[in-house]
Ligand binder design. Sequence first.
Ligand code: FAD
Length: 341
Amino acid sequence: MAAPKVAVVGAGVVGLSTALCVAETFPACSLAVVAEQFTPDTTSDVAAGMLIPHTTPGTPIHVQKQWFKETFTYLFAISNSVEAAEAGTHFVSGWQVFKSTPKEELPFWSDVVLGFRPMSEAELQKFPQHSCGQAFTTLKCDCPPYLLWLEKRLKAKGVQMYTRKVANLWELQSEYNIVVNCAGIGAHQLVGDQKLFPVRGQVLKVHAPWVKNFIRDGDGLTYIYPGIHSVTLGGTREKESWSLSPNPNTTKDIFDRCCALEPSLQRAQDIKVKVGLRPSRACVRLQREILSQGGAKLLVVHNYGHGSGGFSMHRGTAKEAAHLVGECIAALQDFSSRAKL
Ligand code: FAD
């Protein structure tokens, strides 16, 4: 059988990392990334890129923990290598603070991040509105550099990149044996997934180089995440809102909330406003599917619906998607040997 031809639809963090895992696992495949938008114009470019998972109800906790751990281990190695500056990955320490004692004593990811511990009384003095908190060190991606780094690695492996909107996965059937759907919120239209919905997020990217520690209100709504080139101030979670236009009232509200947590941000400069739609679902759709139409078959692997945690889980889900691609390759070999009988 000739080398299988695989197309990955989507060039956000999920599509690029899935393509990279497929290229690493099955180097004999001919692989292409097909996407309407590439960096810097994807949802993944808007994200803060922090490795702090959000719990999703439809996936067992041990699976979410496995995805997070694989992602953390992968980025830990990059952050300790000479690649770190180009990949835009780095360690960041800080605090998650609460106004009242959280229901959950220990988050499931507490033994994956580094040095997780309750905050001391002295640390809590910095946050007079809050009664308790947790201190830890995690990893962060500066998103556009990380996406560029992934693209560069793919190109070095001979992966082709095509800018194209795909209206229907069948469009790719004449050119590819396997299609991997990593379209993010675009999957709502592409495969008509009614369980997928946007959770709009507005953030500010500001110049405040003196801010070195992250601060996250335990409600997950207000956060200050310092990156290499800018600090991300957030945010909003607006379920079912498809609007990509920045809302000036929200900008002021985010700024005021973040200044309440870190008053020195009053001096922040060069404020840029970004909006993105989190591709949300009760669980990530990580699934193999065989589509049939008039006697023809198309092997599809879905990997979308990462909601608020695309960066936190991308390498773990990419590895699982690559495993499903492996099952598709085995099925293709089976079809071709049966056709010869
Ligand atoms: P996208 O980045 O949206 O990529 C989808 C790709 O598919 C694009 O290339 C698009 O052009 C392409 N596509 C779609 N439809 C089609 C089509 N029909 N034909 C061809 N191409 C198509 N996550 C974290 O883990 N940590 C954070 O700190 C964090 N902060 C966030 C802050 C904000 C404000 C927002 C909005 C999100 C945040 N997230 C965070 C979530 C994270 O951004 C997403 O989970 C992640 O970006 C999803 O990646 P994706 O590759 O699935 O989607």
